[in-house]
Design a protein around this ligand. Structure first.
Ligand SMILES: O=C(O)CCC(=O)C(=O)O
Ligand SMILES: [Fe+2]
Length: 206
C-alpha cells in the first residue's frame, strides 16, 4: 500500500492529521446509474440494531454487511456475518484494488431513504480494521453532506458527496477525526453509500 492513496483524478483534501482523497466523478454517469438501480432493487437491505446513548435502537437507515467468507465485523457491540458479494459490486471491488492497491474484502452498504436517515458521529476504528485503515467510500444517488471533526482541537470540514464520487479515508484519519452523515431538512432523494474495507482477521469460514 503506498504511503498516500493518490489515484487517478483525485484531489487531496487538506486537513491536518487526516489523509483524505476525493474524486467527484470517479464513476461515469451511466455506471453510477446502473449500480444504484441494481442496489435499490436488491431485497437484502436490513435495519441494523445499534447502541445509541446506552440503548439498543433501530439504526436510522438501511444497511447490509457484505464480504468474503469469514470477514466478520463487530460494531456498535453487534456482530455481523458477511452476506456474499452481489454481482454489481464484484467489479467495483477489483477496480478499487487497481486504483488504490488495497485488497478490500468487505463493504458496508448504507441506504438513506430520505433526509431523515443519517449516521451519527463515529470513527471507523474497530480493531479488525487495523490501526491505519484505508476506507473507500462510493456515493450514489442524492448528494448528501459528509462532515468531519477532529477528536481534539482543529477545524471541521463538510464535503458534498455527489452521485458517482469516491472519497478515500486513509492514514490517521480514523484515529484523529470523527465523521457523520447528518440529517437534512432539505427534500432529498435516496442515497446509497458503499464503504469498502479490509478486515485483517478473517475467521475460518464455517
Ligand atoms: O454515508 C456515508 O457517506 C458515511 C458512511 C460511514 O461513515 C460508514 O459507513 O462508516
Ligand atoms: Fe464511517
Amino acid at each position: 500500500m503506498p504511503a498516500s492513496p493518490a489515484f487517478p483524478d483525485s484531489q487531496r483534501i487538506d486537513l491536518p492529521g487526516a489523509d483524505l482523497w476525493f474524486a467527484p466523478t470517479w464513476l461515469a454517469r451511466g455506471e453510477a446509474d446502473a449500480l444504484l438501480s441494481a442496489l435499490l432493487v436488491d431485497p437484502g437491505w436490513e435495519v441494523h440494531r445499534i447502541r445509541m446513548f446506552g440503548r439498543t435502537v433501530d439504526s436510522p437507515r438501511l444497511s447490509r454487511w457484505i464480504g468474503d467468507p469469514g470477514a466478520v465485523y463487530t460494531y456498535s457491540r453487534t456482530r455481523f456475518d458477511p452476506h456474499p458479494w452481489p454481482d454489481a459490486l464484484a467489479g467495483l471491488r477489483l477496480r478499487l484494488r487497481e486504483a488504490l492497491g488495497v485488497d478490500f474484502n468487505s463493504v458496508l452498504a448504507n441506504r438513506y431513504r430520505d433526509g431523515r436517515d443519517r449516521m451519527g458521529w463515529h470513527s471507523d476504528d474497530e480493531p479488525e480494521l487495523g490501526p491505519r485503515p484505508v476506507i473507500a467510500s462510493i456515493s450514489l444517488g442524492a448528494t448528501r453532506r459528509f462532515a468531519l471533526k477532529p477528536r481534539g482541537e482543529g477545524r471541521r470540514v463538510a464535503l458534498d458527496l455527489p452521485h458517482g464520487s469516491l472519497l478515500v479515508m486513509a492514514g490517521a484519519t480514523q484515529s484523529s477525526y470523527r465523521h457523520a452523515l447528518p440529517a437534512t431538512a432539505r427534500p432529498v432523494g435516496e442515497r446509497v453509500n458503499l464503504t469498502f474495507r479490509r478486515i485483517l482477521q478473517v475467521s475460518a469460514s464455517r
